[in-house]
Ligand binder design. Structure first.
Ligand code: AMP
Length: 427
């Protein structure tokens, strides 16, 4: 399959070629024709599968004809959960739209709102925004009444972050006729509930096995005592000569602690978490991408949206609070079909949490011990019984829920009716 055969126009084809994309990825092959046919979409796409281009390329094609009047209307809105992901989408869209005359702007918190308003006044066709910031702009008069395409990227993450109120307020401000594209990295009940609210007869795309991690990533866990994790991490980085490694912690406090420890070991590190300013996060990320720092320690805020070319290693210093975040974390490596390795440092306290993750990804993670770092066999979890019970209860609940609900199915009939229904004046 080629991008041309999917119906992508010349101006976009030459931009894609310049980026070195030879063939469309699986999600792109399925989504591009549907978006061009104006269908609503409900897609579960793993991170790193090329999902930004899957909605971005056909969206740009659909909105290519700019309306260069004095009050140029806003016609495309992309909502994303974090500033980092918004920045990534913005960069990607700009590179695809290089031969088009579209104005694409980013509206995220941490940046001066007045200067964003000034940009909007000059006329913008597409915005990429975080839910909080777009709401602020709407309160200052941002009009969504001429929006033709509304995209929710990483909708599951937005819901986990508590943005459902914002989405519920934004949605009624859109015109009755518009196309909605909902992308979620993992499939949850919350996302399904939202999909029923905002999608009209969507085409359902499941780009690969639900909640599975990218196949090419080699996943391994090392058993170690909690207090020796930092030491083991420094040992792994040094002995295996890791060039560039992204390390995830559960909390901001442990991220700060870990960076201090690694610096003591002589490693060049940076840290990204919610307490860092946007400018600081951007600077650290740039330094990491340019390999000026070897280790980037991050909390889950950074597990989506970070796109680092050829990132070979991701290390889970601590497991995430939500099992789904494991998928997003390890998806930072092995992007666009490349090999990658995800290493998890497991202590006795992670025993049940790792099982939840293994159930989610549908495979067992190989567990090993490194000589010199063997866990102390006398250490036991204090809350063992309570946690075991909780884990079993959760598994039973998940099973019940999975039995009750089956995902919607894409049918030829749905596509046909969508084609008839969705015609806007401008097209
Ligand atoms: P995403 O899942 O959108 O974050 O994309 C992951 C990475 O794949 C990004 O670095 C994209 O530039 C890259 N990419 C997207 N589509 C393709 C393609 N068709 N061929 C090669 N690389 C791609």
């Amino acid at each position: 399959m080629s991008f041309e055969k999917l119906g992508v126009m010349k101006a976009l084809l030459s931009a894609i070629e310049k980026l070195g994309y030879k063939n469309p990825t699986s999600i792109q092959t399925r989504a591009i024709p549907l978006v061009l046919a104006k269908s609503d979409i409900f897609a579960t796409a793993q991170t790193g599968t090329g999902k930004t281009a899957a909605f971005g390329i056909p969206m740009l094609q659909r909105l290519r004809n700019t309306i260069a009047t004095a009050d140029r209307p806003l016609r495309g809105v992309i909502l994303s959960p974090t500033r980092e992901l918004s920045m990534q989408i913005h960069e990607d869209l700009k590179s695809y739209a290089i031969n088009l005359k579209l104005n694409i702007a980013i509206l995220v918190g941490g940046k001066d709102i007045e200067s964003q308003q000034k940009i909007l006044k000059e006329g913008v066709d597409i915005i990429i925004a975080t839910p909080g910031r777009i709401m602020e702009h709407m309160q200052r008069g941002l009009n969504l009444k001429q929006v033709e395409i509304f995209v929710l990227d990483e909708a599951d993450r937005m819901l986990d972050m508590g943005f459902v109120k914002e989405i519920r307020k934004i949605h009624p401000e859109l015109p009755r006729r518009h196309q909605t594209l909902l992308f979620a990295a993992t499939f949850s009940d919350k996302v399904r509930k939202l999909s029923r609210l905002i999608l009209t007869k969507p085409a359902f795309i499941e780009s690969s096995k639900r909640n599975s991690t990218v196949d090419k990533i080699n996943q391994i866990a090392y058993m170690v005592d909690r207090e020796r994790k930092a030491e083991l991490l420094a040992y792994l980085i040094g002995s295996r000569n890791f060039r560039q490694v992204l390390v995830f912690t559960k909390t901001k406090a442990s991220a700060d602690y870990l960076v201090e420890e690694l610096i003591k070991d002589g490693l060049k590190c940076g840290v990204i978490h919610g307490d860092k300013t946007q400018a600081n996060r951007f600077k650290t990320l740039t330094q990491f991408k340019e390999e000026k720092i070897k280790v980037l320690v991050a909390t889950d805020i950074a597990s989506r949206g970070l796109d680092i070319e050829h990132l070979p290693y991701v290390i889970n210093y601590e497991l995430p609070s939500i099992p789904e975040d494991y998928v997003h974390r390890v998806g930072r490596t092995g992007r666009a079909g490349r090999d990658g390795e995800a290493i998890t440092l497991l202590d006795i306290y992670d025993k049940y949490e790792i099982k939840d993750i293994e159930r989610l990804i549908g495979m067992k993670i190989d567990k090993q011990v490194i000589e010199g770092f063997e866990p102390n066999p006398n250490i036991r979890r204090k809350d063992e019984d309570e946690v075991k019970l909780k884990s079993e209860h959760k598994r039973a609940e998940d099973k019940k829920r999975a039995k009750k609900k089956a995902p919607p199915r894409i049918t030829a009939k749905i596509l046909k009716t969508n084609k008839k229904r969705k015609t806007t004046k401008r097209d």
